[in-house]
Write a protein that binds this ligand. Structure first.
Ligand SMILES: Cc1ncc(COP(=O)(O)O)c(C=O)c1O
Length: 408
């Protein structure tokens, strides 16, 4: 028996299959995997020491279920170091510890009353920015709810332009943005947030920003919280994660901050889905993010990616790749997908990526964006989660790019 229909295989699983196929022919480790957005370094030693001290404590309090509790100031300390905003100074800002962001993104539609008739909102469905790794759309599908793409255009530097919001009849219950973005690493401006917030207040829409890459800002970006704090009428949440901020993906820890109503509904749903994060990491990170070193060490991680980008971007530019937007934050480079590879016409980014893997072992992630003149924008994303400061890593990529001829 099956209930979920035949949706296509997960994008990343399809890519991994192509990599396995390449390596079965050319040998293990022969592919160049610059697709993943997973840090290749470890959390700073300072935080590892503090967390290990907590692991060794014979104190049930640390090792038990944390449920929805914060030991005191984890969210406040982490968000302060990541954004500069001290949430303890604002009575209208609530917070919630997250066991990482990913599963908690799936809970957002439920916390907005997906499929609940008779709630005090007339709104329905969800809006998410596009291009995206679309978790909210996936969850809306599971819940039998509608979700609509808000096209962000490369020609507008992937700005949050309210004029491009989908007009779907009823207004949505929630709009979710990813800023600084993945796959498009563009930040957001104060003015963009102000227009979007005013729209959300006017139409009773909840606003969420996934700020996973906030502390990795290289150029300019204004976090949502910095602006939303001035709008007590707005129902909003901003998510943050330690995964990329301190290279601790496996520790599963993050923070949500936002308006009291929205955080309290998310807290209720989360209480029935999760029993809290790993206690020694939570307690240890609360202490770590209280130290000035934590800000310095997060900055060092940001600077490491910036150095790698300063090496990798010219390598791709030399081969003719056209950036879809400058890299304001994080470790992704998003390029327009070439129209031809070695003279052969390319149908879309998925085909380009498959050809690059099959023929050269160079692995990226394809994305489809908004429609422009009847055709959807096609992008290929590569990351610098591999150490481009090492000559041998540069040489491997250069040796592939020297073999190809791309055209737009
Ligand atoms: C935009 C974005 N949000 C969230 C996540 C996942 O965060 P976490 O590790 O906290 O689940 C990722 C990871 O790739 C991401 O790119």
């Amino acid at each position: 028996m099956k209930y979920l229909g035949n949706s296509p295989e997960n994008l990343f699983q399809r890519i991994k299959k192509a990599v396995r196929n390449y390596e079965s022919i050319h040998g293990k480790g022969s592919s160049i995997n610059i697709a993943v957005g997973e840090p290749d370094t470890c959390p700073p030693e300072t935080v590892r020491k503090i967390v290990s001290k907590n692991i060794l404590k014979s104190d049930n309090f640390i090792h038990t279920y944390w449920d929805n509790r914060d030991p005191g100031n984890f969210c406040r300390n982490f968000v302060l170091q990541a954004t500069g905003l001290d949430i303890n100074k604002y009575e209208n800002i609530a917070s919630l510890v997250l066991p990482g962001e990913k599963a908690m993104i799936g809970l957002l539609p439920i916390a907005c009353g997906a499929n609940i008739e008779g709630s005090d909102s007339e709104n329905s469905g969800f809006v998410k920015t596009s291009p995206a790794y679309d978790l909210v759309g996936q969850w809306a599908d599971y819940l039998g709810e509608d979700s609509f793409a808000w096209p962000l255009y490369s020609s507008e530097n992937f700005a949050l332009n309210v004029k491009n919001l989908p007009q779907t009849g009823k207004k949505p219950k929630m709009i979710i943005t990813v800023k600084p973005g993945n796959p498009c690493p563009a930040g957001a401006s104060r003015e963009d947030w102000e227009s979007l917030i005013e729209y959300c207040i006017r139409y009773n829409i909840r606003l969420v920003n996934d700020g996973a890459y906030t502390s990795l800002t290289h150029k300019s970006h204004t976090p949502l919280c910095e602006v939303a704090k001035n709008y007590p009428e707005l129902d909003w949440i901003e998510y943050f994660s330690i995964s990329k901020a301190i290279s601790a993906c496996g520790w599963r820890l993050g923070a949500a901050i936002g308006s009291i109503d929205f955080i309290s509904e998310l807290t209720k749903i989360k209480g029935n889905a999760d029993s809290g994060p790993f206690g020694p990491a939570l307690v240890g990170c609360e202490e770590y993010f209280d130290l000035p070193e934590s800000k310095i060490e997060m900055q060092e991680i940001q600077e490491m990616y910036k150095r790698r980008l300063d090496i990798a971007l010219p390598i791709f530019a030399q081969a003719g790749f056209e950036l879809a937007c400058p890299v304001d934050a994080g470790f992704f480079m998003l390029f327009h997908c070439p129209k031809k590879l070695n003279g052969e016409h390319i149908a879309n980014a998925e085909e380009f990526n498959t050809m690059m893997i099959d023929n050269y072992g160079l692995v990226g992630v394809p994305f489809t964006g908004a429609d422009v003149n009847g055709e959807s924008e096609q992008f290929i994303r590569y990351s610098v989660c591999s150490d481009f400061e090492k000559k041998e890593n540069q040489d491997r990529v250069v040796s592939v790019l020297e073999k190809i001829k791309i055209e737009y």
